[in-house]
Design a binder for this molecule. Structure first.
Ligand SMILES: *[C@@H]1O[C@H](CO)[C@@H](O)[C@H](O)[C@H]1NC(C)=O
Length: 374
């Protein structure tokens, strides 16, 4: 190859590697020892392959910090603001204060309205959820920003009344027609994704830990579809898909707002250590990007946000809750899954993820070259 062609080839291969490895994280802030947002933004954009960040609020300092980083940002309307935002004027005010001030320098791509609102069982929040989403969308249309910023809301899998076998997936009665159906109608009409927070970690026991961690295991057969499930992730996503299909919305995109595995916990817990956390997250990243999809959603990829960016020392509950982070507050990795840029293409462990991505990307680069596209 000529010199400049070789340079082009290497550039293409590198770009593809970064693209394939791109991953989202949840940037939670329930801690008193986290670095300044500006440091975090610099670190993520320069030293990691993280290319999407979800915030649990619309913190102006963080939005400012991510300006010109090229990282896609998802912001959240805190749940208690939902009733107030069901009217257009306050919604327009919200968009003006929390979105318009920061774009286009900060690449805000999505507004989430609350988090796991149905799980709160708060009637005032639940009844105003879709109206608030509609009002925010209308405000975006007027801006006009609706082509680049979508409105959605994430759910826990507690919204399902049945999830096993996956083909029996159904939304809870009552919520299905009164909230979920109008919500799915809204998402479909505005081309926004349905968002869920699946955590195989919370559903697994000693018997199912291999199934939850994507390790070799005997699998689980869905007797109705005769489809074989080799991991809990696929089973959980297909239960969500089946529930959506039962309401006639199987064509709405699914995005994973949160998933993760803690690296430390209380003694009695199964597989709560950094090795298991690294395995789960590395296997997950590979799986959602592989293009294999799930048994009911073949060939699909899923935009995914790992929970979370940092260990958060002020989170309440058992020890594991404070140890879901990929990084410690001093920005050193708790474990390495190839998310750091200098290790993503080099020689660190676990080698498999990085190596597979590199080989896939090189193959693609060779193909593009062969086809004479560059
Ligand atoms: C998935 O991809 C395979 C292999 O490329 C193809 O044979 C199959 O038809 C695809 N299935 C769907 C549902 O697109």
């Amino acid at each position: 190859m000529e010199k400049d062609k070789l340079a082009l080839f290497l550039l293409l291969a590198l770009t593809l590697i970064q693209g394939v490895l791109g991953i989202g994280v949840n940037y939670g802030k329930l801690a008193n020892d986290l670095p300044q947002p500006a440091q975090v933004a610099k670190f993520l954009s320069e030293s990691t392959v993280i290319n999407r960040v979800r915030l649990f609020d619309a913190n102006p300092e963080i939005l400012q910090a991510f300006a010109h980083t090229g990282i896609d940002i998802t912001i959240t309307v805190p749940s208690d603001e939902i009733p107030h935002l069901a009217k257009l004027n306050p919604a327009q005010q919200w968009v003006s204060t929390n979105v318009q001030r920061f774009i286009p320098a900060t690449n805000i791509i999505r507004i989430l309205v609350g988090n796991e609102v149905l799980a709160t069982a708060n009637k005032l929040l639940i009844s105003n959820l879709v109206p608030a989403m509609q009002a925010l969308h209308t405000a975006l249309v007027a801006a006009p920003l609706d082509h680049r910023i979508k409105v959605s809301t994430p759910h826990s899998l507690g919204i399902l009344s049945s999830s096993s076998p996956p083909s029996s997936g159904k939304f809870r009665q009552g919520y299905d027609t009164h909230v979920i159906k109008p919500l799915l109608n809204f998402l479909k009409a505005t081309n926004a994704p349905f968002m869920v927070n699946p955590y195989p970690f919370y559903d697994c026991s000693t018997d199912t830990v291999d199934y939850a961690l994507f390790r070799p295991n005997t699998g689980v057969l869905d007797d109705y579809t005769k489809l074989q499930y080799t991991n809990m992730w696929d089973a959980q996503l297909d239960a969500v898909y089946s529930a959506m299909e039962a309401l006639g919305f199987e064509d709405v995109e699914i995005v994973i707002a949160e998933t993760g595995w803690p690296s430390m916990g209380d003694l009695a817990q199964v597989s709560v250590d950094s090795q298991s956390a690294a395995e789960y997250n590395a296997n997950l990243v590979r799986h959602v990007h592989s293009g294999i999809g799930t048994p009911l959603m073949p060939n699909r990829t899923f935009e995914t946000y790992i929970f979370g960016l940092f260990n958060e020392n002020l989170k309440p509950g058992p020890t594991c809750e404070r140890n879901f982070g990929l990084f410690r507050p001093n920005m050193t990795p708790v474990y390495d899954i190839g998310i750091l840029r200098n290790t993503a293409v080099a020689d660190d462990h676990p080698k498999t993820l990085s190596l597979i991505m590199v080989v896939m990307s090189l193959n693609l680069a060779v193909k593009i070259f062969d086809m004479g596209l560059i």
